[in-house]
Design a protein around this ligand. Structure first.
Ligand code: PEP
Length: 250
């Protein structure tokens, strides 16, 4: 991989309890002992663990992110919800927005756009997930879908340097399937050139997410235009997570 700086983002989804904080020890040790500073690790645990992860990772160069937020900017009567200001307050620097598991629960492009605007105001860096379903892919709609999700999700956002796009084909998440290299390269390049032309931003960061594991990273790492990986299942196992990072740089 020839890219300068690669991001590895661990999405723990709805997994983990207080004891899981100890699994970070291995990763902290690995990151401290590794003199190659060509990568950045970011952990996105569930809300309940944000505070513990932030304390544990305080004196390391590993950062913490949240997995979603409510779109309302200030405190309000929204039972069970948290907004980006509250996430910032417990140590999050990043936030995943637009994950297909949330789109699936009814999260619209309009809501996603509100969440991104508010999170940016609160100085969170955004991991903005986009991706096509298998049906859309089969019907050759992938680029149309990606363009639409980008235009609506980033509507009226002028400064997108703190927005990382995570290209996550829906059919690839948690299934063990990954796009073949030429397809993936084509879609990553499409996203980059679309962002460059519509937002006049020269260096968009585009990550890939979907069933990344220590085996398939050997192929994925050779796709030079990928700026990093959003990793679900495999990131909950520290050994696998470290292996993915190591193999990327072999
Ligand atoms: C994800 O949840 O963003 C993800 C990519 O999951 P997995 O790696 O398990 O497919």
């Amino acid at each position: 991989m020839t890219n300068k700086y690669i991001y590895f983002i661990a999405n723990w989804k709805m997994y983990g309890d207080l004891k899981s904080v100890n699994t970070l020890d291995k990763v902290i040790k690995f990151s401290k002992s590794n003199k190659n500073n060509k990568f950045k690790l970011i952990y996105c645990p569930p809300y309940t663990l944000l505070s513990s992860f932030s304390s544990k990772l305080k004196k390391t160069n590993i950062e913490v992110g949240a997995q979603n937020c409510h779109e309302h900017e200030t405190y309000g009567p929204f039972t069970g919800s948290v907004n980006s200001k509250m996430l910032r307050d417990v140590g999050a620097n990043f936030i995943i927005i637009g994950h297909s598991e949330n789109r699936d629960q009814g999260e619209t492009n309009l809501l996603i756009n509100k969440k991104i605007k508010d999170a940016l105001k609160n100085k969170l860096k955004i991991i903005f997930c986009i991706g096509e379903t298998l049906y859309e892919r089969k019907n050759k709609k992938t680029h149309k879908i990606l363009a639409n999700q980008i235009l609506l999700g980033l509507k009226n956002i002028k400064k997108i340097s703190n927005v990382f796009i995570a290209y996550e084909p829906v059919w690839s998440i948690g299934t063990g399937l990954v796009p073949d290299s030429s397809d993936l390269l084509n879609n990553i390049n499409f996203i980059k050139s679309f962002i460059r032309s519509r937002f006049k931003y020269k260096s968009p960061k585009v990550l890939y997410g979907g069933s990344v594991n220590p085996k398939n990273i050997n192929d994925l790492k050779d796709i030079n235009d990928i700026d990093g990986f959003l990793i679900g299942g495999a990131s909950q196992d520290s050994k696998k997570f470290i292996d993915i990072v190591k193999k990327t740089f072999i």
